[in-house]
Design a binder for this molecule. Structure first.
Ligand code: HEM
Length: 190
């Protein structure tokens, strides 16, 4: 029970820290009338999230085969958290046009869904503790144990069900980001 409360509070604290700090930065930038950060933060946040997609390539061994998938997943998570934070600074409190607002909405849902995914992942991995004990008894290398545990966790039923929600959200987000970027650049006169 204690672990469940700790994990759920971690989820809410992460959401709060990301959104509250981004709004705080935006308020400070507004105070000093700094406006030139919109383009660069939009590009930087999107790039971090796109770089985080390399996890999918490592997972499917497409172009990337090196390193433990467990660490690629951690990189995906931190890049997505960092990217989301920068995107919130990019948007700030200026929500007037409909396309950016819809894009931000999907961004937020994808972010929260990702955090829920981490929660489901932790639970599914904890369910494999007997298998972990057995692997240790079989004297497998710690790296190999982690790789096998990752493979079993991502193949778990719980995570597959979660992906059925997460992937459509990511697809909508991708379409909205492309639409928003093209329209923003067009109306900015690029
Ligand atoms: C905000 C933007 C995010 C995007 C666009 C995104 C995208 C994705 C995608 C496409 C997958 C499926 C990987 C695959 O099967 O190829 C995935 C899985 C996953 N993501 Fe994210 N994610 C985001 C945020 C997060 C965050 C914030 C976390 C946690 C801190 C997170 C944790 C996970 C986990 C645990 C998985 C499951 C691993 C797996 O299925 O192999 N994601 N994400």
């Amino acid at each position: 029970m204690k672990i469940v409360v700790t994990r759920i509070s971690g989820l809410f604290i992460t959401i709060f820290l990301v959104v509250a700090n981004a709004v705080l930065i935006e308020v400070i930038l507004d105070l000093f009338n700094i406006k030139g950060h919109r383009l660069i933060t939009g590009i930087a946040g999107t790039l971090l999230i796109i770089i985080g997609f390399t996890y999918s390539m490592r997972k499917r061994k497409k172009f990337l085969t090196m390193g433990s998938p467990k660490y690629w997943l951690q990189a995906h998570e931190w890049l997505s958290i960092g990217g989301t934070f920068i995107i919130f600074v990019h948007t700030g409190t200026h929500m007037t046009a409909i396309v950016p607002v819809i894009t931000l909405f999907f961004m937020f849902i994808a972010f929260v869904s990702g955090l829920i995914g981490r929660y489901v992942y932790n639970n599914a991995k904890a369910d494999l503790k007997d298998k972990k004990v057995q692997m240790k008894k079989d004297a497998l290398e710690p790296e190999e144990i982690e790789r096998r545990l990752w493979a079993l966790t991502v193949a778990s039923d719980a995570l597959s069900k979660w992906r059925a929600f997460h992937m459509p959200v990511i697809s909508f987000l991708t379409v909205m980001v492309i639409y928003h970027a093209i329209s923003a650049l067009y109306y900015a006169g690029f």
